[in-house]
Design a binder for this molecule. Structure first.
Ligand SMILES: C[S@@+](CC[C@H](N)C(=O)[O-])C[C@H]1O[C@@H](n2cnc3c(N)ncnc32)[C@H](O)[C@@H]1O
Length: 286
């Protein structure tokens, strides 16, 4: 298992279970865990197939590393877990046995890769927001406020108050979150079948951690959580099993300029050439 670190940001290249079973990450040391594991729906993660022989075996694997994650979490820590809609119910039970679920968040978007014709296509993914201790946990409501559409746009007055006054123009987001999926033409796009948007992770990290806190992601993929943590002055620990995805992380976190003699740079998109204005400004780490 290889480790790369800048002090603030650490990457473990290996199996999440092995890293979590080892004492590389001390017990009760992590403020926030974001876990976005393979969904057991048959995606192809660079040749590694995301399909277990049965749902029972998939849930046994989830339970195993979830227990390890809970041990790494501080008593005041929070854990967010994503899963396929098909597993929503099983994950709810697994989490309730270990933590307190505060919110069952729906991340929805406007289109998916697959356009269903004989059923209603899936346009959302579940995110569980859990804490170890429902009386002591971080929730920075003021840092994640969004526009309260009714109050802001219609300037309505709340006459039920003793002194009638305008409705709030800002509010804490509800549990249905709209963020567009990451598209090929977006600057943040990486070659990975399950990349999550930076904006989604920034909301989670801003809400449930403070500057300097440590965010752990056992299934880093394109290292969205670590990139968002860096943007918000948090520290990060990420685990990823695949070497090509590791290289994305080394580049996105600016931990290395090359890996095994290969220069790490963002691949050009089909509409870019090395002299185009979009690619001209690329630095080594973009
Ligand atoms: C759903 S993706 C995570 C996507 C990530 N949240 C992002 O925004 O890019 C799951 C990732 O887990 C990795 N993975 C699968 N099994 C693993 C294991 N046992 N240990 C560590 N990583 C694993 C896969 O290679 C894949 O990149």
């Amino acid at each position: 298992m290889e480790t790369f670190s800048s002090g603030q940001h650490t990457i473990y290249h290996g199996d999440a279970v092995c890293v979590l079973e080892s004492d590389r990450i001390p017990k009760a040391s992590i403020d926030l865990i974001f876990a976005d594991p393979p969904y057991n729906i048959g995606k192809n993660f660079n040749g590694r197939r995301d399909k277990w022989p049965s749902e029972k075996e998939y849930c046994a694997w989830i339970s195993h590393w979830l227990d390890l994650c809970v041990r790494k979490l501080k008593p005041t820590g929070s854990l967010y877990l994503m899963c396929a809609t098909q597993c929503f119910a099983s994950f709810d039970l697994l989490l309730r046995q270990r933590l307190t679920i505060l919110s069952r968040i729906v991340w929805h978007y406007d289109s998916s890769g697959v356009q269903a014709k004989r059923y209603f296509g899936s346009l959302w993914e579940p995110i569980f927001h859990c804490v170890k201790d429902p009386k002591h946990y971080t929730f920075n409501a003021d840092d994640i406020l969004v526009e309260a559409k009714t109050g802001a746009q219609r300037k309505l007055i709340d006459y039920r108050k003793q002194v009638p006054s305008q409705y709030n123009t800002k509010k804490v987001p509800g549990n249905a979150w709209y963020f567009p999926r990451v598209r090929y033409r977006m600057p943040e796009y990486e070659e990975h079948p399950a990349q999550k948007p930076i904006a989604l992770l920034e909301r989670i990290i801003a809400a449930s951690s403070n500057p300097g806190d440590v965010v752990l992601d056992p299934f880093a993929g394109t290292f969205t959580s670590a990139r968002a943590a860096a943007n918000l002055n948090r520290r990060s620990m990420s685990i990823e099993i695949d070497e090509d995805y590791l290289k994305i992380g080394l580049r996105r976190l600016e931990l290395a300029a090359e890996y095994k003699g290969e220069r790490l740079h963002r691949p050009l998109k089909s509409y870019e050439d090395e002299y185009s204005s979009e690619s001209k400004n690329l630095t080594l780490f973009e």
